[in-house]
Structure formats: C-alpha cells, structure tokens
Design a protein. Structure first.
Length: 287
C-alpha cells in the first residue's frame, strides 16, 4: 500500500518554503512581472542564502534532486513561478552536470554554488532551426589541441544572461562533434561565464515568467578546455545514441521539478478562485 503521508522533516521544510514564498515572492511578484529584465537584487541575495527555496532546490550543492525538492518547488511557485525561476543556484545546467559529469567534474563545476556571490547555470540545447531535436542540432564542437572550439546559436536559454554574463556561473551547451553521426554525435560542454566567443545576443520579451530571463546565446569560435566536455568525447558507434540519452536523462531529472512547479501554480490559481468566491458567498461544488 502506498503511503502518501509527507515525512516530518520534509513537511517542516515545506511549511518554511510556503511561508517564505508568501512573504518574499507575493509582495513583489506584480512589480517584476511589469518590469521585465529588472533584477530583484534583495530577493536574489535571500534566495542565495536560503537555497531550499527557488531554483536552489534543483540539485543544490550537487546532492541531486529528491522528493523534498518537489515539495519545495510546489511551494515556491505557489508564491510566484517567475521569481522561483530567477533564483540563483545550479538550475538546469547543474542538472545536466549531475547526470553526465564525472565525480571530478561535479566537484569542479558545482562547488561554486555553495560559496561566494550568487551564481546561475543554464542549459542551451534549443535552436531556431530544429527546436530541441537533438539529431538536427547544428552547433558544432571541434577538437583543436587541448581545446574545443564551439560555433552556433542557441535560443530560449532560461537564465541565460544571468549564467553567461551576470555571475561566475556556466552554460551547458549541447553540440555535435560529428554531424554524420546524428544523435550519437551530440555531446554536452560546459562554457564558463565570460568565456571569449560566447555572447548573449538578445533577451526575449515574454507574455509571462518575466522575472526570469530567456536568452539567445551565440558561440563564435568559442574555445573551452578539453576536459569541459561532460562524459566521453568518443563517438564509438554511430548506431548508438549515448549523447541523446544524456540529454534525455537531463530532461528526466528536471521534468518532475517542472511538473511540481505546475502544481504550485495550479494550486495558487485554485486558492484565488476559492477566496474570491468565498467573498461573494458562492460555494464551489465538486463532482
């Protein structure tokens, strides 16, 4: 029999996250929705110091994503989904590192999220000509001595500017090392913030989730260290899809988190309807 009771330690964290979301997110959510691309600096500082709420719950400190993160995501987005996504932490790029990196790489890339100033990471996979179809990715990574040279353009990169330009974070870029190999040639690469050849080309003006930047990032002869590739660089068998599986494994890690966020938004909407109807003396009938 399945036990749906929330463990006491998770319940305590959930209640704390709910209180934080109500006190920190709700009062400023409207302002940052109407002032797209402004940074909520005080909130960012608070979220960095309390990584259990916001995107800090997604793989924080390299420890992975468990049931507690799902509950914290629900409560954060009940407060506001947009402010949740703009919070510092390992985020989507960190999830890719957790799935694909060696232990040494996890230490090297994720340790920064537990020290110093606020930092972000991002994942860049989508392209204008192919969406997220990994077999059709045109961004290339060419091996040159002890470096990789990246060329291409990525769109719809969540927290792209914050990760690539506004902090000491990084962007995980999916590129092909062998176009003839299709999905088998796709590999993830870590590009550190401020790397020459990587630039934020534009920020999208969106209909929602406005506090979180969504960027187009261009890579032009962008050189990164050879060991910034996550996993093996070899395309051993073109009939295999190891690179594709790495991308899908990253999505598998983050999709439950996204679903939890959707539950938080849905519950907030339902709470608003119930409160409004209660004020008018209207009772909602279910079933």
């Amino acid at each position: 029999m399945i036990d749906f009771e929330i463990p006491p330690e998770i319940e305590a964290a959930r209640k704390a996250a709910r209180e934080s979301a109500e006190k920190l997110f709700r009062p400023i959510a409207r302002y940052y929705d109407e002032h797209e691309h402004e940074n909520p600096d005080e909130l960012i500082k608070t979220l960095w110091e309390k990584p259990a709420i916001g995107m800090g719950a997604l793989g924080g400190g390299g420890g992975g994503i468990g049931p507690a993160a799902m509950f914290l995501a629900q409560e954060s987005t009940w407060g506001d989904a947009s402010l949740t996504l703009c919070g510092p932490g390992p985020g989507l790029g960190g999830a890719a590192v957790l799935v694909s990196a060696t232990p040494e790489q996890r230490e090297r890339f994720l340790k920064r999220f537990s020290e110093g100033e606020p930092k972000w990471s991002a994942m860049a996979i989508t392209e204008a000509g192919c969406g997220s179809d990994t077999a059709a990715i045109t961004t290339t990574a060419v091996h040159d001595g002890d470096e990789w040279v990246l060329n291409g353009e990525k769109i719809f990169v969540t927290c792209g500017k914050r990760a690539a330009a506004d902090s000491d974070g990084f962007v995980v870029v999916w590129a092909t090392v062998d176009k003839s190999a299709g999905r088998a040639g796709i590999k993830p690469f870590v590009v550190e913030a401020g790397t020459p050849g990587m630039r934020v080309e534009k920020l999208e003006k969106k209909l929602g989730i406005r506090a979180s930047d969504t960027a187009t990032i261009i890579f032009e002869d962008c050189r990164i260290p050879y060991d910034n590739i996550l996993g093996s660089p070899e395309v051993v068998d073109k009939t295999k899809t190891a690179g594709f599986k790495q991308a899908m494994a990253t999505f598998d890690v983050t999709r439950p988190f996204i679903a939890a966020m959707a539950l938080g938004v849905g519950r907030a909407a339902l709470d608003f309807v119930k409160e409004t109807f209660d004020k008018e003396g209207i009772k909602i009938r279910y079933g």
